[in-house]
Design a protein around this ligand. Structure first.
Ligand code: WT7
Length: 703
């Protein structure tokens, strides 16, 4: 280490895919330092000076770190792009931070407001109000505003179901369907401010249900179709939903997911839900509860298409989306109307650099925030053609995506690294069968994209000619926060590059001091931005504590990152007890709570293990109650228990029985050790606080 070199300090560093360290706070603090080339220069740890086998030294992260390739926007692309040079990006970014009112007024001014706003931002940290005094309607901005010009008969939604059925809805048709459905909601007693659960496959009706709620000012909460009845029950109770909109079933890998059945199971006993509206999608038999359930198609017979958009305050809630945190209880992230719309409108416009004739495809499910912001609201607010696909990427064969791109001449593809890794594994022959020359821009979201996957995506899918936008953001941020602008910012494989307009992102050490180039630290955002979450539904205290308490006035993202000498952000991953499994967030404690709720389980600890395809896999260490036999059958029982409790995505990949779990003397489970064991590594870190060393020996031997 050179004398002039600065060192970053960070404990509890859990980078998700790649490494973890220093979980036993406050005893162990790791420091590391990178060269400008990205190479790890030094890594040290306070405390006993033993040789440290630091996970940063491991191959996958190293290759990430020595990444030197730079891909400049092709001149042809830059020439046609909205933002065509790095200088222009820098000028606008500076303006957006120095004069946010001016910047955001200009963006918001491109949208339709029923009443203009008086104040752009009221910031009483950590509570923000954007476009105060303004009134508007998101569905009016996504639909009505396109009906007076050439977009009227443009395809708003191109949809393909997993079995191969197809539909196209023009803006005019979608407007009509949304108005009629909004009238169905009203007819069923749903009013402004009411919470409505949407539990549907990725079909046009999911978008219609969302936009219908937005039209009347009802607050939707979409639940991913992979979540179980118990998860629906918890979310219904947390937000006090009065209605559920669902379908009989949805297709996934050729089988029918019984959505309505799950809703029935969720609503047994006491519930706030008065109405269930059921869309017929799969034709499977369902139970209809008299007095509570109605069929979508029948209801449409009673309504017309006249439904003026409700005039809503800019801060009127638009939706709640539940996401996992570091406690057992999912957080209901609340987004509101004006700021969210401006955020997703503006990011979609600049990051995807949409053109009028683009076919834009975001492969996300409506159940995730990407499905909200970049499958439905963002593209529609921009008058784009958004393609929706209901099913799995490998159904009926692993070339389904490429088949779709060829068939619809898709221009922009936005997908996740976990999917890209799966495509790589399935083999290039599936890609080669199709003509992908319509593509002009590629996007990635959900987790860090490893440079190898980036290169494959660039060469095999993008034909070497398409820029890639690696977009970093979160459910909480509502919109993309760090990403290249494709015509302006040179890309480096594996880096999300530079912050979007209005985003004041920084990397800080434990004391909140900004660290220098190539020093790892915590990623924070120092200024409010329009599409930020407003609170955790019903829990202001948790909102303050989770996001705003560690560094006063700054938003804590929960991610670790570093910036290189060009100011590029390299996101490493979560630094809290949150896993990123196939781009989906899962709280370890949520899964632990589920396991412990099983009558045979005494204690459980859940950790992530690097997984080639999913980024991370879920490993559960379980101690059973005395007298219970730890059998293979019990392992399956526990996996299914979690599947039933939370959803199939949360099922541990592996359950390992332990006589006891390694704990600190103060009783805290030492996850760091479990992670090392789960990853098949020998435990080398600090074990000086371990209560009973025998436990560790047994666990390691148990492999
Ligand atoms: C977490 C947020 C944003 C929509 C999908 C996930 C990770 C997301 C990237 C990226 C590196 C990324 C972060 C973040 N993440 N995008 N481009 N590079 N990491 O939303 O479920 O709220 O998860 O996903 O760890 O905190 P989410």
């Amino acid at each position: 280490m050179r004398g002039s070199d600065r060192i970053g300090f960070l404990d509890t560093m859990d980078t998700g895919n790649n490494f973890c360290c220093g979980i036993v706070r406050p005893l162990t603090t790791y420091s590391w330092q990178f060269q400008d080339s990205g190479e790890l220069l030094a890594c040290s740890r306070t405390g006993p000076s033993r040789k440290l086998r630091h996970p940063l030294m491991e191959k996958n992260i190293e290759s990430h770190l020595i990444e030197k390739r730079v891909f400049k926007p092709a001149p042809g692309f830059a020439k046609r792009a909205r933002i065509g040079s790095l200088n222009e990006y820098r000028r606008m970014h500076r303006e957006s931070l120095e004069k946010p009112d001016k910047f955001w007024s200009r963006e918001a001014g491109e949208l339709v407001w029923q009443t203009p706003w008086k104040t752009v931002l009221e910031w009483k940290a950590p509570f923000a109000k954007w476009f105060v005094g303004g009134k508007l309607n998101v569905s009016e901005n996504c639909l009505d505003r396109h009906l007076t010009g050439p977009n009227r008969n443009k395809a708003a939604i191109l949809w393909e179901g997993e079995p191969g059925d197809k539909r196209t809805l023009t803006y005019q048709q979608l407007h009509r369907d949304v108005c009629r459905f909004a009238n169905v909601l009203k007819r069923n007693g749903i009013r402004k401010g009411d919470r409505v659960i949407i539990y549907m496959p990725t079909i046009p009706e999911a978008a219609i249900a969302m936009l219908g709620c937005a039209r009347i000012g009802a607050v939707h909460s979409v639940i991913f179709g992979g979540f179980s009845a118990d998860s629906i029950r918890d979310r219904v109770a947390d937000c006090g939903a009065v209605a559920v909109i669902t379908a009989d079933g949805g297709y996934r890998r050729g089988t029918i997911v019984p959505l309505k059945k799950n809703v029935d199971d969720a609503l047994t006993g006491e519930t706030s839900v008065k109405r269930v509206i059921v869309f017929r999608r799969a034709g499977n038999d369902v139970h209809i509860e008299e007095g509570r359930d109605v069929w979508w198609h029948r209801e449409l017979e009673y309504v017309d298409a006249n439904c003026p958009p409700a005039q809503l305050e800019s801060e009127h809630p638009l939706f709640i989306l539940y996401t996992s945190g570091s406690t057992g209880k999912p957080k209901g992230i609340l987004h509101t109307t004006g700021g969210y719309l401006v955020g997703i409108y503006s990011t979609t416009k600049y990051v995807f650099d949409l053109r009028d004739d683009d076919v834009y495809w975001c492969t996300a499910d409506v159940g995730w925030v990407t499905g909200h912001s970049y499958l439905v609201y963002g593209p529609l607010a921009n008058g784009a053609t958004t393609l929706m696909y209901e099913g799995a990427p490998n159904w009926p064969e692993p070339d389904r995506f490429w088949r779709i791109i060829e068939e619809y001449s898709v221009n922009i593809l936005y997908t996740a690294p976990t999917a890209i890794r799966a495509f790589i594994r399935w083999g290039d022959e599936w890609v080669k069968k199709h003509n992908l020359s319509s593509l002009r821009l590629l996007g990635s979201v959900g987790e860090p994209i490893n440079p190898e996957a980036w290169m494959w995506y660039h060469e095999k899918i993008g034909g070497g000619r398409c820029p890639i936008v690696d977009t970093w953001w979160q459910t909480e941020t509502g919109a993309i926060m760090i990403s290249p602008l494709p015509g302006a910012v040179p890309a480096k494989p594996g880096s999300a590059t530079l912050p979007f307009f209005g985003v004041d992102a920084a990397i800080v050490d434990e004391a909140g001091q900004e660290v220098g180039p190539n020093i790892g630290g915590k990623l924070i955002v120092r200024q409010p931005w329009p599409s930020m979450l407003r609170t955790i539904y019903g829990d202001k205290e948790r909102y303050k504590k989770t996001y705003w308490s560690e560094f006063k006035g700054s938003y804590l993202t929960g991610d670790g990152a570093r910036r290189d000498k060009d100011g590029y952000f390299w996101i490493v991953g979560r630094i809290d007890d949150v896993l990123n499994v196939a781009g989906h967030r899962l709280g370890t404690s949520e899964i632990e709570s589920s396991l412990v709720s099983h009558p045979k389980v005494a204690e459980a600890a859940v950790v992530g293990r690097p997984d080639e395809l999913k980024g991370q896999g879920v490993i559960a260490f379980v101690t059973v109650k005395s007298g219970v036999e730890a059998t293979r059958a019990l392992k399956d029982e526990l996996r299914n228990h979690v599947g039933k409790h939370i959803g199939a995505i949360a099922k541990p990949d592996e359950v390992r029985f332990a006589e006891a779990l390694p704990k600190t003397r103060s009783g805290k489970i030492m996850r760091r050790l479990l992670k090392e064991i789960a990853s098949g590594n020998t435990v080398t870190g600090d074990t000086s606080t371990l209560e009973d060393f025998n436990v560790l020996a047994k666990l390691s031997a148990d492999e």
